[in-house]
Design a protein around this ligand. Structure first.
Ligand code: DGL
Length: 269
């Protein structure tokens, strides 16, 4: 096992390519940090699986990243954060940042009428993780959760704008609008890519919360608080690992990240 120090990488995992929305945010806010991203592309999607299966997959991802000597772990996947975060925290000795609590806390700050919508995968919504996290901060908030299963394949296909994206968004979000929410949490890695369409359907008065952005701020805060920021100014290393062939990951991933993916390897977990 590598020795952990300030120069050690931040580990990020997701069920696939979606967590790159969080990684992109991390590159923006913490450009000097070394990172290792693991996308479990062979077993994506997690959002339709049982909590037991998601937790088993998460443990395998964490074991791999821990073996690389990471100094902090970001669980970019909303589904894994929803169902496995506590178990993951108990299994590693480094700080673990999930996306649920940071997103929930920003939603509570944002809402005026205390009606908050949450959209995510079936597993995330079924777990009520966002609802519980929001209610733990403000017991008087009303939370309305809806799953939007077609959003993930839509984004994977690159159909993030246009007629089809608009039609699907209108169909899913009608129910959310009817609840009169003034804040909507984008509780899935892929949804920030549909922000434009979602904003258009929801209307300009509705505040959209990107959990990945909030989790990245939390990451920056934790590095600082624990005194484990990287202090070296040389170009950071940015490694990628996937569990299926890298070609599709590179193609979709470079679109997500809007930059080249240079160091990538396929691994067996
Ligand atoms: N990464 C997942 C999430 O944020 C979406 C894709 C999947 O279902 O695995 O919930």
């Amino acid at each position: 096992m590598n020795e952990i120090n300030n120069n050690s990488p931040i580990g990020v995992f997701d069920s696939g390519v979606g967590g790159l929305t969080a990684l992109k945010e991390l590159f923006r806010l913490l450009p000097d940090e070394n990172t290792i991203y693991l996308g479990d592309t062979a077993r994506v999607p997690y959002g339709i699986r049982s909590p037991e299966t998601v937790t088993r997959y998460s443990f395998e991802n964490v074991r791999f990243l821990a073996s690389k000597g990471i100094k902090l772990l970001v669980v970019a996947c909303n589904t894994a954060s929803s169902v496995s975060l506590e178990a993951i925290r108990k299994s590693v000795s480094v700080p673990v940042i999930g996306v649920i609590e940071p997103g929930a806390s920003e939603a509570v700050k944002s809402t005026r009428n205390k009606k908050i919508g949450v959209i995510g995968t079936e597993a995330t919504i079924r777990s009520s993780a966002y609802k519980k996290a929001i209610e733990a901060i403000d017991g008087s908030a009303q939370v309305f959760g809806f799953s939007c299963p077609l959003f993930v394949p839509l984004v994977e296909e690159g159909w993030i704008e246009g007629e089809i994206a608009m039609m699907i968004a209108e169909k899913y979000l009608r129910k959310v609008k009817e609840k009169g929410v003034d804040t909507l949490v984008l509780g899935c890695t892929h949804y920030p890519l549909l922000k434009k369409v979602i904003a258009e359907v929801m209307g300009s008065d509705i505040r959209l919360i990107d959990s990945a952005v909030e989790a990245t701020k939390r990451t920056a805060g934790t590095l600082k608080k624990d005194g484990i920021e990287r202090r070296v100014k040389e170009r950071p290393s940015r490694e990628f690992y996937v569990t299926d062939s890298p070609e599709r990951f590179i193609m979709v991933g470079e679109r997500f990240l809007q930059q080249k993916i240079e160091r990538i390897e396929k691994i067996e977990l």
